[in-house]
Design a protein around this ligand. Sequence first.
Ligand code: AHR
Length: 497
Amino acid sequence: MSNRVIINADVAKGRINKNIYGHFAEHLGRCIYEGIWVGEDSPIPNTNGIRNDVLEALRGLDIPLLRWPGGCFADEYHWKDGVGPRESRKRMVNTHWGGVVENNHFGTHEFLMLCEMLGCEPYIAGNVGSGTVQEMQEWVEYMTFDGESPMANWRKENGREKPWKVRYFGVGNENWGCGGHMRPEYYADLYRQYQTYVRNYGDNKIYKIACGSNDFNTYWTEVLMREAGRYMDGLSLHYYVVTGPAWENKGSATEFTEREWFTTLQKALKMDEVLTLHSTVMDKYDPEKRVGLIVDEWGTWFDVEPGTNPGFLYQQNTLRDALVASVTFDVFHRHCDRVQMANIAQTVNVLQAMVLTEGEKMVLTPSYHVFEMYKVFQNATALDLNVQSGFYDMDGQSIPSVSATAAKSEDGTICIGLTNLSHNEEAQISVELRGDAGARAYSGRILTSAAKNDRNTFERPDAVKPKPFVQFETAGGVLSAKLPPMSVVVLEAKAQA
Ligand code: AHR
């Protein structure tokens, strides 16, 4: 199969906000507890309670920002329960996720410390569904006010003298569902009210994110933009890749047919249509694109691993998940004029995770490797692209066999992402760089494996990992390459002196 990509290096399409490489960590299953937080007294090596192996792994991704504490958990979280001496913090039931006891040992101070350790921005999701306006106002005051006030004084008593910088604040989560089952008209009014009290203290300027829609529901977007657009900086959107015949039967993360491989990628590519639909509605009310589209939950959602708590959403992660990640990033890059942030669900041990843990063991997933390979696109300038792809057919349906993206990074390197979606066919590809003067030296890495469900396990942690990619030639500004089936390649073309 022959494919052609023309990169117009002299036509910039906009900046790829590094925040689309953001993450999401909820109090759900073993994401926070065990996955990130083990406590200072744990035998698992840790720094101030945060496990060292996970910390080091996440540092390797240059995570720009982390969303917390939910998810559905956000709208039943009362932040005051999670500050002060840990031994006297309230214990509560995590009703959404397995009905387990939440001891609140990981709270505001611990989360903001984690962000400092990762060098990333915090993105806090506030409680609208079961919280009060006052509670939300006081949380912002507690975290960001530098002066004399009840909340700032309490923060100091709890050991933090200086306020933190908190730029991103979400006013509720899925308020059409677990966050209160509201109608958009009702939530739009609540949003207007709650956001009024999300104050900017000193030079801490908050980027306010309203709860947005899910999948293809543009009615919610329409109402929110019409009624509250002027009070928000961002509007969220959730889109999960869920296949399978029913919610109770989403299919296994590891045992799947070729047809399921195809359907999963087909559904991932639909992100393009979803973004176009919502962006078009937003364009109507905000042609200047002032309001960012914030895809603050995305990723694959399969059945939990057999024998694990159904409320913990623990799933393994294969090469298929890795390709979902790469083609989704390609879509985000195409929409970089509107999409200003995205957060993979979720960072550790939940859904499409970067990292899995079992006691003191940790493993990096194939998805992790795509995030690591693609980090060269953070803050790069997306370049105009013409992709002439062959077709990948299955049972009378077709999707492109190749997905591509290209961008120029801040140091002038041209970065190219290529994915061969086919489960069984190689893709011969030519990449033409036009509008670019001077010679370039190419280097690349590839992520692939022999079987479509190959994955990293605690026994074989390096089964799927990136390797140098050398199957290409360059001549006269054209790169010719052969992509193996089921592969993700990232090439870097550095200007030669
Ligand atoms: O990521 C898991 C859940 O999916 C989140 O808590 C919720 O917002 C969404 O429905």
